[in-house]
Design a protein around this ligand. Structure first.
Ligand SMILES: C[S@@+](CC[C@H](N)C(=O)[O-])C[C@H]1O[C@@H](n2cnc3c(N)ncnc32)[C@H](O)[C@@H]1O
Length: 238
């Protein structure tokens, strides 16, 4: 796996940047995701891969699920830890491929563009194989698959945020993601830059990798997430 410390310089501002960038839709996306998960049962053992700062992991724990948050960025995990004051969540510094902790989960998650950070097919398959390994028989796996349109350059200027996102095509659905951001926080002005490789995975590529790992698409929930610019698939271990 390429050694990249995702969002190291702005993990502290990640929530604020996303709230200003996506507006009310950001909370709505969280609400819809939690609503979908609630249909799968109560008191579940859930593993959240690429948990970030805990957007989904924290409310799931508050709802009574037992949550393990797996995150390769120390900076992002530190933000999650700072919010998880009752330490309800088991935290793990690892990627989806490298997680080697306990098994027996009812549900695994990899949502909000996590798959786009994986750029090699062997890593995608290894990630899905690891998901299948840690799930109980018939355990579920909820993923989002960013559509190609999301890999488009754009500028967001809103509420003291100027976020300039550029995608440089490297061919064959590989991109270099560049972000230059200026954030006004009261009298303080924060600026940061980040560059990281990303990949657009076609639905067929994702299906093939799922199949290699012994996972299948159970239900396509994309129409319920029409604004997300991503397909939402509930998969199952076969
Ligand atoms: C856009 S954030 C989404 C965070 C969270 N899932 C959410 O819904 O808010 C993507 C996260 O995926 C993490 N990530 C990147 N590569 C990963 C991998 N191979 N396995 C697991 N997580 C990864 C990044 O560090 C980042 O925190």
């Amino acid at each position: 796996m390429t050694k990249l410390i995702y969002h190291r310089d702005w993990a502290k501002y990640y929530d604020e940047v996303n709230h200003r960038c996506f507006g009310a839709y950001y909370d709505e996306l969280t609400r819809q995701t939690l609503q979908l998960i609630s249909k799968l049962g109560a008191g579940l053992q859930i593993i959240d891969f690429g948990a970030g700062t805990g957007r989904i992991a924290l409310p799931l724990a508050a709802l009574g699920h037992r949550v393990t948050a797996v995150e390769p960025s120390e900076a992002m995990l530190a933000q999650l830890a700072s919010k998880d004051i009752s330490t309800a969540i088991t935290q793990c510094h690892a990627s989806m491929q490298s997680y080697d902790g306990v098994e027996g989960f009812d549900l695994a998650l990899a949502v909000f563009t996590v798959l786009g950070y994986i750029t090699k097919e062997e890593d995608l398959v290894a990630s899905f194989c690891n998901v299948a390994r840690v799930l109980k028989p018939s355990g579920r796996f909820l993923i989002d698959i960013p559509q190609e349109v999301l890999f488009s350059s754009h500028l967001v200027q809103r509420q003291g945020l100027e976020r300039n996102i550029t995608f440089v095509s490297k061919g064959a659905n590989h991109y270099l993601y560049r972000e230059k951001t200026r954030l006004e926080l009261g009298a303080e002005v924060i600026t940061y830059q980040e560059e990281l490789p990303m990949r657009y995975w076609t639905p067929d590529e994702i299906k093939a990798a799922l199949q290699k790992a012994g996972l299948v698409l159970e239900k396509d929930y994309s129409s319920k997430f029409a604004m997300a610019g991503a397909s939402y698939w509930l998969c199952r271990k076969v």
